[in-house]
Write a protein that binds this ligand. Sequence first.
Ligand SMILES: NC(=O)c1ccc[n+]([C@@H]2O[C@H](COP(=O)([O-])OP(=O)(O)OC[C@H]3O[C@@H](n4cnc5c(N)ncnc54)[C@H](O)[C@@H]3O)[C@@H](O)[C@H]2O)c1
Length: 386
Amino acid sequence: MVDQPGGSRSIGIAINGVTGRMGYRQHLMRSVLAIRERGGLALPDGTALWPVPVLVGRDETRLAEIAHRHGLTDWTTDLAAVLERPDVQVYFDAQVSQQRPAAVTAAIKAGKHIYTEKPTATTVAGAVELARRADAAGVVHGVVQDKLFLPGLRKLARLVEGGFFGRILSIRGEFGYWVFEGDWQPAQRPSWNYRAEDGGGIVLDMFPHWHYLLERLFGRVTAVTARVATHLPERVDERGQRYQATADDAAYAIFELAGGIIAQINSSWAVRVHRDELVEFQVDGTEGSAVAGLRECRVQHRAATPKPVWDPDQPVAQRFREQWQLVPDNAEFGNGFRVQWEDFLRHVARGQPYPLDLWAGARGVQLAEAGLRSAREGRRVEIPAL
Ligand SMILES: NC(=O)c1ccc[n+]([C@@H]2O[C@H](COP(=O)([O-])OP(=O)(O)OC[C@H]3O[C@@H](n4cnc5c(N)ncnc54)[C@H](O)[C@@H]3O)[C@@H](O)[C@H]2O)c1
């Protein structure tokens, strides 16, 4: 970190995969550049941390375009050269998942602090190897767990911490939307997501998210039973070419949690939305229930629970959705990705281990691998502690 006049310290951050959807929009624009627009990251000692991005990727033209658009000058296609630079202290990876382990390994060897998108690797062995290497090198390491920082889920966390639910019984999650096949309307997600050989698949993509949410909010995941499907076996890619979708595009899973909580989560890119948000979790407890999405969270207390009677011969007498109460924000919630970047960078500045680390990332990959195994073998798979 280089001291600047006025009490600000620069921290060089190599952002690899910055031309991608996540790398560009969420991480460069809405996080790193947004922190700069806010005057840097205020540290407890009264100084500010000033992130200096170095754009890394494969395509010079696209990197130059992005740099130009945002008034940046530092970009390269040479990762090895960036990793040798002493003014770059953090390596961030938002490449396609399969490219991640090699690049993160190189960055650890170069002594850089690591921040990365999930899944951290496409196998548990690979993910554990990264965590071990990062620990051995003594670098600070973190994994993106953006959903934990979203308003709806922060309000849900507040309910859990405040003891609103009593004994938590179950969680049901519904995630998904229709991802267009790419023929008469372009697909809204990159085609590699639908090819297993390229590290695609909804299980590898979403189970790491479900893992950190379940683990942080409710408890350790001890077993999984999953059924996966490739509902749409053929899609059309970015160049208009038909291809075989070899990866799962839907997963129907039951997760067992320590303490007996049962979570059932559907994930699908072949479902049409009849929900308030693209993902929703209903949590039922003895004292009350909640339904949380990305932004909102609604509750129903035990004392306000209606008493429906099953009678299909009668018209519906109650407006069930209207019986829930909105949980107030009571705080300002920034962009979830930016808030987590700030959290990670504060740990780097203090030289403290970051709790949402590569081990947590490895546990997410472990759940994905166990889910796929459960589906393949048609059975419940227990999940040992890593
Ligand atoms: N946290 C989240 O909510 C979230 C959401 C979506 C994706 N992701 C993760 O972010 C990562 C990137 O996803 P994305 O949707 O931005 O993908 P994308 O296809 O838009 O971007 C991929 C990036 O990787 C680069 N790349 C490097 N080597 C490549 C190769 N051999 N083939 C193709 N691209 C290559 C591309 O140039 C591009 O910059 C994935 O690991 C994905 O799992 C996270």
